[in-house]
Design a protein around this ligand. Structure first.
Ligand SMILES: Nc1ncnc2c1ncn2[C@@H]1O[C@H](COP(=O)(O)OP(=O)(O)OP(=O)(O)O)[C@@H](O)[C@H]1O
Length: 363
């Protein structure tokens, strides 16, 4: 049974269709990331699932039960938000207990559940502290404990790490999947950060213009973005998108981009665009068949990697990203990591093929 099935969900504000006939499903114990640019409707989608968007149209089925008409409190979901949203006048203990109190549970089982989840999150020593006495990391954990304490089958996370420091963000990216697995809890996790999406999501749903543009395994969205728009959004630095030349060869296409040549298993698109991730652009100090001469325009360190802006002889600019410095000198040769890259059609915006074969043809 799925933890959640959303069918034809639509939300409109005046003439603005925020969500249009959106379908989404979350399997038991699965983490689905809802990814998309700012203002696209991610929070609205979570609110609609939680029963907090009165104008929402469509069906929401939680663990086999149609809750489309149920009020929020009858849906038994856990929720965690961007700014922790802790009650300032309550100590951590009471903040964590609040969903259980709302369900009118007896005091003893509430205390036991709060203790257990606080131990799991290593905040049992600060349960008597008020939010103002907690560090950001402890506030984050308190909010998470509150979401977990009622043992919901599904938790909605609205960009919970957006405003926390980098160290806590890295910690939680590792810890959160482990915690959710331990509690056998499914989750929808909203983020605009593709690294977070890759770290936390089993599957990623990309929301663009009120619709789910792609819903697939995180690696698949990365390796084979369904559209040019997704390729531009998902990745930092994003995929290089290079206007290409395509020529039919058998049932496939021979694609030439920035002087590199690839074979794809698809008919030639009308306006071919070759996509290659920065880490799949290989840098060499020597020429060889299949490599293309390029000039290093700039090198910038980023997150312990080197971003290298390159210009090939035909004037194409592209970015390479590696954990080692580029070869010495401004003139180098580039190639593509075998099997990586995607072919798009700019006329439709769609990806038509991925995983090219490198052609042993001199540029
Ligand atoms: N109560 C409301 N009244 C009118 N418009 C609203 C309301 N709530 C949300 N919207 C609109 O719905 C759209 C989606 O908002 P939402 O908060 O879901 O975006 P988001 O994808 O979560 O963005 P962010 O990543 O910046 O948080 C926005 O254009 C917003 O202005």
């Amino acid at each position: 049974m799925s933890a959640l099935i959303v069918t034809s969900l639509s939300v409109r504000y005046g003439t603005h269709h925020v969500l249009r006939d959106v379908d989404l499903d979350v399997r038991q114990n699965e983490r689905v990331v809802l990814f998309g640019p700012s203002g696209v409707g991610k929070t609205v989608m979570l609110r609609a699932i939680a029963g907090l968007e009165p104008g929402a149209v469509g069906q929401v089925v939680l663990a086999g039960r149609d809750v489309s008409r149920d009020p929020p409190e009858a849906r038994h979901l856990g929720m965690a938000f961007q700014n922790f949203a802790l009650y300032p006048h309550m100590p951590a203990r009471e903040n964590i207990a609040s969903p259980l109190r709302a369900r009118k549970l007896d005091t003893a089982p509430i205390a036991a559940k709060v203790k257990s989840v606080a131990e799991l999150l290593r905040i049992d020593h600060v349960l008597d502290h008020f939010p103002r006495q907690l560090s950001n990391g402890q506030k984050q954990r308190t909010a998470l404990a509150r979401a977990l304490v009622g043992e919901p089958k599904l938790i909605l996370f609205d960009d919970p790490l957006r405003n926390v420091d980098a160290k806590l963000r890295y910690e939680m990216r590792i810890e959160l999947p482990r915690l959710l697995a331990k509690r056998e809890t499914a989750a929808i996790y909203v983020t605009q950060d593709f690294r977070e999406a890759m770290a936390i999501g089993d599957r990623v749903a990309v929301l663009i213009d009120g619709e789910i543009a792609q819903f697939a395994l995180a690696d698949e969205v990365y390796d084979r973005p369904a559209t040019i728009a997704i390729a531009r959004l998902f990745g930092d630095p994003p995929m290089n998108l290079i206007a290409a030349h395509g020529q039919a060869r058998g049932s496939g296409t021979l694609v030439r981009a920035a002087g590199l040549v690839f074979g794809f298993d698809a008919a030639p698109p009308r306006e071919p665009v070759f996509g290659i991730r920065p880490e799949a652009v290989m840098l060499f100090s020597e020429p060889e068949t299949g490599r293309v001469a390029a000039q290093i325009v700039a090198v910038t360190p980023m997150n312990e990697r080197y971003l290298v802006l390159l210009r090939t002889e035909d004037g194409t600019e592209l970015v390479a990203s590696h954990d080692t410095p580029p070869p010495h000198g401004s003139h180098i040769w580039i190639g593509a990591e075998p099997g990586l890259g995607a072919l798009f059609d700019a006329a439709t915006g769609l990806c038509v093929a991925a995983a090219p074969s490198s052609e042993e043809i001199a540029a």
